[in-house]
Design a protein around this ligand. Structure first.
Ligand code: ATR
Length: 271
């Protein structure tokens, strides 16, 4: 019997997840099939239930259903709870286990593929939506000197920090608007939706430290943020590595086998 998995999203046609998981399965000799499914905007829970009834073993969840996946999970991992969102569902006998592999995916890409040691570094995280919230806890676990959450609507960034860390974590975590950004950063991450509309968040010039990395969670095209960072002399990375790494972590949860990601990232880059 071939075990079946899927990714739910809307839209979903351009998802790279089926190719990534097919490559992982081939590499590790796992017998599984992975497809992409379009869930109706008002029919996510029914789509999940339907796939489960067909014998599906698990599912990834992408935009705009991660909060709904969180709500329908009957059991949540600590990192899913911290993120307030679920991107990986595992179907057990009576349970739907919800996890979130986005944050660890980003950190594994930064540390493993891009060779970044975040201990003692200054990190600027742009955005205060679901994408930013999910990566905040694993970034803090890396022991940076500072994580500054900056958002167009400053109050939303401040709320996000207060919500996730009601007791605070001292000077290591702060939030504000773009006018509050000062000093130089070793890592600047774009977790806003600005790249989708071709916008550049209003970053000040001179914010990259020597050898700094600019990371855009979006992938597939050069973004105004990465173009700005390149002009400012920073090293640039898009979110393709994060995409493959979050998939690898989901694959590990489902199959207990950890695929090697570098050849799969290279394969997707080559296409
Ligand atoms: P996601 O779940 O992908 O994070 P979201 O919750 O809609 O999506 O959040 C989008 C984020 O991108 C927000 O932080 C938003 O800023 P606001 O809170 O001020 O709306 C940010 N964003 C969207 N367009 C932007 C732009 N043109 N410039 C700067 N930030 C932008």
């Amino acid at each position: 019997m071939t075990d079946r998995y899927t990714v739910f999203g809307n839209p979903i046609a351009h998802s790279k997840s089926p190719r990534i998981h097919a490559a992982f399965a081939e590499q590790t000799g796992q017998n599984l099939a992975y497809e992409a499914r379009l869930a109706p905007l008002d029919g996510f829970a029914a789509a999940v239930a339907g796939f489960r009834d067909e014998g599906g073993r698990g599912a990834n969840v992408t935009v705009p259903f991660k909060e709904q996946a969180y709500a329908l999970s009957t059991s949540l991992s600590a990192r899913a709870r911290a993120a307030g969102a679920v991107n990986t569902l595992t179907f057990a006998a009576d349970d739907v286990l919800g996890d979130n592999t986005d944050g660890v995916g980003l950190v594994n890409d930064l540390a493993g593929n891009l060779g970044l040691d975040l201990a003692g570094k200054r990190i600027l995280l742009m955005g205060a939506g679901g994408a930013a919230r999910g990566v905040m806890p694993p970034l803090l676990e890396q022991g940076p000197a500072e994580l500054f959450i900056v958002n167009r609507t400053a109050a939303k960034a401040e709320e996000l920090v207060a919500l996730a860390y009601p007791q605070g974590v001292g000077a290591r975590l702060a939030a504000g608007g773009y006018a509050d950004v000062s000093g130089r950063f070793d890592l600047v991450i774009n977790a806003t939706a600005a790249s989708l509309s071709g916008d550049l968040p209003p970053l000040p010039a001179g914010l990259f430290a020597d050898g700094a990395l600019a990371y855009d969670m979006m992938y597939g095209k050069d973004t105004p943020f990465l173009a700005f960072a390149r002009r400012e002399g920073a090293r640039c990375a898009d979110g393709l590595g994060m995409l493959v790494e979050q998939a690898a972590e989901a694959f590990f949860l489902w199959r207990g086998v950890r695929p090697v990601t570098a050849p799969v990232i290279a394969l997707l880059r080559a296409n």
